[in-house]
Design a protein around this ligand. Structure first.
Ligand SMILES: [Zn+2]
Length: 857
């Protein structure tokens, strides 16, 4: 397909660089920052942070008479150097100090800046209850990455400067303050308490943090070092349940990275309204309190465990070994994402780890095909935060895995340990990783980095197979479909191809070099293999399309030892369709030992346009794994029949032990009823049912009620459904539910009357004025799904007004989506719907025919 076609001249991929993107470099350094000391107080009701920021700087050369610091929207009261007042200029972004004495090498300068940050827009966040949310806790927390520390204290704000740091902060009782390093002193002075924290290992400004709140503290330890969890009081059990594996993880990563955890303590603070999942501030990670699990949520939520290990891994990759410039952020984000795979492997086994890797790969692949393609390392952007995408996280993780596969386990860990040990407490660039690999193993992996790191993309393989019985030869033809012949963007990789036999679980494997547009390989075998396994181990980041005969695919689905290969076989079988494929998939859904394969098989079954697919899916509703039940129910949304409706309704009415299964059922039943071609009467019944779910099933993170809202959005022409959704966008509704309702306005808008579309636009325009990051993202998502030019106006005003680079970028991308939506002609959509109806009728006929044929055999 043309979507997969790519070369540097004729690209169909959207560009990563938006208008205004330019190269970014670290600034020239006037010297080495040795120490930063913030001595501050907080006026929480007025949202003011004030005090003195002292910076000790060792000049790099003689004669420097100007120093320029980053400081955004601060009030600068005075600047002193070695206790002598200095002249300065301040334009609201840069603070320029005119030194009365030019610098001398060897004489460090102590710069003291008295300042205040009043109602800061970024960097430091004041959370307080209000009349709409009276139970909101009072908290103050910071977020420095990437260039936001300058919003709460003046600094040389780039990751290339490492220094020790100290924060002394006065907070009102009963609040506690947590920060980097060790607590060296607390002073009680009646109404207030002063906390003095000291971080004696060097780190960059973006990792300096402060978290203030009335927290419960849960104490754990690792090798005598305190490991602490801070949560809102009353959630102590959730804290232990969600973060309790931390000491084991510290042990695991200390060993793998060959460097014992470097800091004096490890604290995790769960804060309200956090704008990321987590942030790895040195020795003090902040996490969103949405990650705290209750006893039911932990059944099928692994996200929290992954988040905890991800942020912990950064204590080595990011905090101990610091990236010199944002363009190399993949080194830390890729490894932190790979630590999720590593931890999954150690905790749940190799199959689960392989499946986790597949989901990471898919996440990157979807960004690559639908958003943009870019090299993982690039310094051309508008704002550094734009780089924090699936290319550096998920693709980064896949690249680390390929390095591991290329070197083998032993050498890989030696290389990683060399990299960490040689660069501890220093800054690094991508080349340092290559050098460490070469130093530890002698291997030069530049070829791999050239193909996967320094340029965008990945190979798209098509693999065909045939057997020559006379010569006992297997022929495997591999095509790289992502490029034209002779392109410099062809991949050159050594790929293992395996041949398997039902009786023997061990594959016969040959490794071949794949480097041309199309290559055929011939393998002499003693007997005809039952199945073929391309890229044994599935270590390469790729897409793959198998063109094997149905018998080989069936055997692979049943017997290939690698779960990802079985999943590829399931995909290829579903493409073939027909009764034989359906039966093979149905049997895998019942029998595959790994839930990941069963969940994938469920998805593939629903792709087959045969009524027998439904019969194959039904047993999966009783699967012991909630992940599989969720996949089966979700798949049933493709099968719009009365039986399917009844099966799902059972889950909506009687629930499931998993929140997510229940939520999926609420969404799916509506998806079936909204397009049920046999019968429209279900619509009213389902809306009533979902309304009762909304009234009765408030609960953990509002997962179930959000499922009901997503369900209502399926009824695109229903005003009743729209009115319910609008109700839940009101301020005062629990935040996660409200965000779901805001997002749902986009989907439901597409079938509404002109008058209702106006109501939706008015509502979204009003909500867009709220400044909370997640609310703005929800508004953008909704607007991006709309099919009216008027949505563009709101998107553009959001893009113009925001101080957040992510919001600005999303808003511009959503504008393009709306333009695209408008382009889709109404009559074309009508034709599509008619085509769907025909397909449905055709499916009934084919199903009957297949049954007749099966009987006659
Ligand atoms: Zn991260």
């Amino acid at each position: 397909m043309s979507q997969h076609y790519f070369d540097s001249e004729k690209t169909t991929h959207k560009r990563f660089e938006l208008p205004g993107a330019k190269p970014h470099y670290n600034p020239d350094r006037p010297g080495q920052v040795e120490h930063i000391f913030l001595d501050i107080g907080l006026d929480i009701p007025k949202q003011i942070c004030y005090g003195t920021c002292s910076i000790r700087l060792l000049p790099v050369r003689n004669g420097i008479d100007r120093l320029t610091l980053d400081a955004v929207n601060l009030q600068i009261k005075s600047v002193g150097v070695d206790e002598i007042e200095q002249n300065f200029e301040y334009d609201g972004e840069k603070l320029c100090i005119h030194l009365s004495q030019p610098s001398k090498i060897g004489n460090s300068l102590l710069i003291a800046i008295a300042y205040a940050a009043e109602k800061p827009q970024r960097g430091i966040y004041f959370i307080q209850p209000d009349k709409h949310y009276p139970h909101k806790p009072t908290q103050v927390w910071t977020q420095g990455e990437d260039e936001d520390s300058r919003y709460w204290f003046p600094c040389f704000d780039y990751p290339g400067q490492l220094s020790t740091s100290e924060i002394r902060v006065r907070v009102p009782h009963p609040l506690v303050a947590i920060s980097n390093g060790e607590l060296i002193e607390t002073v009680d002075s009646g109404e207030y308490k002063t906390y003095h924290w000291s971080q004696q290992q060097v780190h960059p400004t973006y990792l300096m943090t402060l978290a203030v709140g009335d927290f419960a503290e849960i104490r754990d330890e690792w090798q005598g070092k305190p490991v602490t969890y801070y949560v809102e009081k009353g959630r102590e059990a959730d804290a232990k349940r969600s973060m309790g594996k931390t000491p084991q993880m510290i042990e695991f990563l200390s060993e793998k990275y060959g460097y014992p955890y470097a800091f004096p303590k490890y604290a995790q603070v769960c804060v309200d309204d956090f704008i990321f999942g987590g942030m790895e501030n040195t020795s003090t990670t902040l996490l969103t309190d949405r990650c705290l699990l209750d006893a039911r949520a932990i059944l099928d939520n692994r996200n929290t465990e992954s988040l905890v290990v991800h942020e912990l891994a950064h204590q080595w990759f990011g905090d101990l070994v610091v990236i010199k410039h944002w363009s190399h952020a993949w080194i830390k984000e890729g490894m932190a994402s790979y630590s999720e795979v590593m931890w999954t492997e150690r905790e749940y086994g190799e199959q689960e780890a392989a499946y986790y890797r597949l989901s990471e790969a898919r996440s990157y692949l979807s960004e690559d095909s639908s958003r943009y393609r870019r090299p993982m390392v690039t310094h051309v952007y508008r704002e550094a935060i734009e780089l924090y995408d699936r290319h550096i996280y998920e693709k980064g993780s896949c690249v680390y895995h390929m390095i591991r596969a290329e070197l083998g386990d032993e050498l890989f860990w030696q290389a990683v340990q060399t990299f960490v040990q040689d660069n501890a407490h220093q800054t690094v660039e991508t080349i340092d990783l290559l050098r460490a690999i070469e130093k530890a193993t002698g291997r030069n992996l530049a070829f791999l980095f050239d193909q996967y790191v320094y340029r965008g993309g990945h190979p798209d393989f098509k693999v065909a197979y045939s057997w020559d019985g006379d010569a006992n030869l297997a022929k495997v033809t591999v095509t790289q479909t992502q490029v034209e012949a002779d392109s410099k963007d062809l991949f050159n990789l050594k790929i293992p191809i395996g041949f398997g036999y039902k009786q023997n679980p061990k594959l016969t494997t040959f490794t071949v070099r794949v480097h041309e547009k199309e290559q055929s390989f011939y393998f002499p075998l003693t007997e005809k293999p039952d199945f073929i396994s391309f890229d044994v181990g599935n270590n390469y980041l790729k897409t793959v399309k198998l063109e094997f005969p149905i018998a080989e695919l069936k055997a692979q689905l049943e017997f290939d030892p690698h779960p990802i290969s079985r999943i590829y076989a399931a995909e290829a079988l579903a493409t073939k369709g027909g009764l034989e494929a359906t039966q093979a998939l149905s049997s895998a859904l019942k029998n595959d030992p790994f839930w990941g394969v069963r969940a994938e098989v469920a998805k593939q079954l629903a792709e087959i346009q045969l009524d027998q697919a439904f019969d194959g899916l039904v047993p999966g509703l009783d699967d012991p794994s909630p992940f599989v039940r969720r996949a089966v129910i979700s798949s049933l949304s493709q099968i719009k029949t009365h039986s399917s409706y009844k099966a799902v309704k059972n889950f909506v009415q009687h629930g499931d032990e998993s929140y997510y299964v229940e939520a999926t059922a609420c969404h799916t039943i509506a998806a079936i009823a909204a397009t049920n071609l046999e019968d429209k009467s279900h619509e009213d019944k389902v809306i009533k049912l979902l309304k009762s779910v909304l009234e009765e099933r408030a609960g953990w993170n509002e997962v179930v009620r959000s499922g009901a809202i997503a369900g209502l959005a399926e009824f695109k022409t229903s005003e009743v459904a729209l009115n319910i959704i609008l109700e839940y966008t009101k301020i005062g509704i629990p935040q996660p539910l409200r965000l779901s309702a805001i997002r749902a306005l986009g989907k439901i808008s597409t079938g509404q009357t002109a008058a209702n579309i106006e109501r939706i636009l008015d509502r979204l325009a009003e909500i867009a004025r709220e400044t909370f990051f997640l609310t703005q993202v929800a508004v953008l998502t909704a607007l991006g799904q709309m099919e009216t030019r008027k949505a563009i106006g709101i998107l553009q005003s959001l893009a113009n007004q925001t101080t957040d680079g992510r919001i600005r970028r999303y808003a511009e991308e959503e504008v393009a989506k709306v333009q695209n939506n408008i382009g889709t002609d109404k009559t074309l959509r009508q034709l599509r719907e008619e085509l769907d109806q025909l397909k449905q009728q055709n499916q009934e006929l084919t199903s009957r025919l297949e049954n007749l044929e099966a009987k006659s055999k």
